[in-house]
Design a protein around this ligand. Sequence first.
Ligand code: 6PG
Length: 246
Amino acid sequence: MINCINCKIFAASDEAYRFIFNQWLTIASEAIQKKENFTVALSGGKTPIPLFKMLRSNSGNIFWENTHVFMVDERFVPENHPDSNQQIIRENLIGHNLIPDEHFHAIPIKEDSKSSANAYQSMLVDFFCIKPGKLPVFDLILLGIGEDGHTASLFPGDPKIMHSQGIVHSINLNRLKHARITLTLPVLNQAKNIYFVVLGREKAKIVKTVVEGKNRVLPATSIDPINGKLLFILDREAASLLEIPE
Ligand code: 6PG
């Protein structure tokens, strides 16, 4: 039996989003009380979109003036490209005058993906006042999982991902449609709260693999926060292959 102590399984996806929304509020208010700001890094993909809409339509409760939104990863495409993660975040969350423009720290699209990664790394070093050899610590990071076990833009079989010590990576893999820019595994594992948000039956197999933790070389299975809290936020379909004790 798998004892997924850090799994939250919901009958329907809207309950999962409501849980994340409430957790966002809690984590944000605690962070703001402590250090007057709340830093959250958002992944791309389709899963987070209903959450963004929920955050936008309940914006009265969110401490937007103290919130800084960062990106976990980006595709190296123009900002208005349909595959752009920042386009998804702007369209569904930020672009509704919710927060001051300078509080959305999008990954800059420069002349090439390496320059974009370097520019984003400089932004993070400046914002978090990072000393050499240190890493930024986000209050909350939302991650998805691809069916191949990738997370962020860290893909299986990419030698960079397991041994990097940097803050931001550029990723160029032949099998990817676009070059990518991503936070590194060490940065992800520094976060105070990491939520995997994984919904739908098509993810059931990879959820079982990652939760069981047998395949330790997958990027998603390598997410193991140093001091933070990891939660798998699943709907019943994505959790359908887990044997959860009654
Ligand atoms: C990206 C994401 C990626 C995503 C997973 C799940 O840029 O694509 O950061 O890691 O979270 O691929 O994507 P879905 O939510 O669309 O299933």
